[in-house]
Design a binder for this molecule. Structure first.
Ligand code: EPS
Length: 389
């Protein structure tokens, strides 16, 4: 079983992550990880912080001569901004101006009450989405692992502030990647959005939101290439792959909902119209539709995984929202903390990462083995078995 823990604060010394359960003999370099760390930082709509940071993975353990050894992999990412926060984030005894006004929508108030903290810095530093950099490390390694099985996963944006596209509907994962690249080249910014006709509208929306001192959310989509049938299980609730993926998605800061395949639109149709009918040709079962989003009974059904998830507007709102100073109990407006205006493009990458982690875990669970070579052998035999089923 693959498991990981992250640690670190947004303006502390840095973020660290320990990943346990990776097989041996998987080729990993710091560059494999840094590629995705850079992708995460690029998303259009972010605030000033990303100009300060240049996230870089320092592998501390578990990899020797470029390959995993089977030991836990630990990685550190330094926060460059720590230099500016040393006294505020001091580990030794110290003093700093307190943050007493909780932001609506943020973890501040519930976290403060829970841990008996009236200075919300002790909550917000850890609740911050900066933590997602550590998850990208795990996701990047899992994507490398999945590439050994020719499995690809892509997270991208389909809606920011109501500018929705379904241009991706009939495209393959590579087709969507090409469309996203066109948008990036033509607009000069990273939206991770595939519709060039609507991209300019989104850029305008984000620019206006910045001027207004407000924030904006959106919807992201994660798709995979075809997955082998039978990952996950219907046997117990905690083995259901869709449930595990949904939990992983909702664990990302600011995510509020997730749906697989036809999702909430299932309510609008009869069963005879929505279930993906089963066909068989040249040794393969297949479907002509994928309303199930590639999952039936908590298991992959051999089709690509498709999910959508909604990201709320960031809760640090420049123009301020009404709140209460927890020291004085006076009604006040929130104070501005430097933040992002729109994190949806970056969030789509994080979603890609956490889905990669869950699918890698499901592969490890099904094909066992401590060594990558043995797992691949098991996988190959299984595919042969499925063909002859
Ligand atoms: C965040 C606030 C901003 C974001 C941060 C998440 O940071 P700062 O307060 O330093 O401007 O930039 O995200 C990151 C630092 C990151 O690397 O993603 C928050 O409050 O959640």
């Amino acid at each position: 079983m693959l498991r990981y823990l992250t640690a670190g604060e947004s303006h502390g010394k840095g973020l660290s992550v320990i990943i346990d359960g990776l097989p041996s003999n998987l080729k990993i370099s710091e560059n494999d990880i840094n590629f995705y760390l850079a992708e995460r930082q690029k998303g259009y709509g972010r605030g000033g912080r990303q100009q300060i940071e240049k996230d870089n993975a320092e592998i501390l353990s578990g990899i020797r001569f470029g390959k995993t050894t089977g030991s836990p992999v630990s990685v550190f990412i330094k926060n460059k901004d720590y230099e500016n926060w040393k006294s505020i984030m001091s580990i030794e005894e110290g003093k700093a101006e307190e943050y007493n006004i909780p932001r609506p929508g943020h973890a501040d108030l519930a976290g403060g009450i829970k841990f008996n903290q009236h200075d919300f810095r002790n909550v917000l530093e850890r609740a911050s989405a900066r933590e997602t950099a550590a998850r990208v490390v795990v996701g990047a390694i899992c994507k490398k692992f999945l590439s050994e099985f020719d499995i690809d996963i892509l997270g991208y944006v389909i809606d920011i502030g109501g500018v929705f596209t379904d241009i991706d509907k009939k495209l393959t994962i590579n087709g969507i990647k090409n469309k996203i690249d066109i948008v990036t080249k033509k607009t000069g910014v990273d939206l991770r959005y595939p519709d060039i006709k609507k991209a300019k509208l989104i850029i305008k929306k984000i620019e206006n939101i910045k001027k207004e001192g407000d924030t904006i959310g959106g919807i992201i989509k994660v798709i995979s290439s075809k997955l082998p049938v039978g990952l996950g299980s219907y046997i117990q609730w905690d083995r259901k792959l869709d449930a595990n993926i949904a939990r992983a998605i909702l664990s990302i800061q600011a995510f509020k909902g997730v749906e697989f395949g036809a999702g909430f639109s299932y309510s609008q149709n009869k069963g005879s119209k929505v279930h993906d009918e089963i066909y068989y040709a040249s040794g393969n079962f297949f479907r002509k539709t994928n309303n199930a989003g590639g999952i039936e009974g908590g298991m992959t059904n051999g089709e690509p995984l498709i999910l959508k998830a909604v990201v709320k507007p960031i809760s640090t709102v420049l123009k301020g929202l009404y709140s209460v100073n927890v020291k004085t109990k006076q009604k006040v407006k929130t104070k501005y903390e430097r933040s992002d205006f729109c994190a949806v493009p970056s969030a789509s990458l994080i979603a890609e990462m956490v889905v990669a982690i869950e699918i890698a875990n499901a592969i490890l669970e099904k094909f066992g083995g401590d060594d990558l070579g043995l797992i691949k052998e098991n996988y190959k035999n299984y595919l042969k078995y499925v063909k002859n089923y």
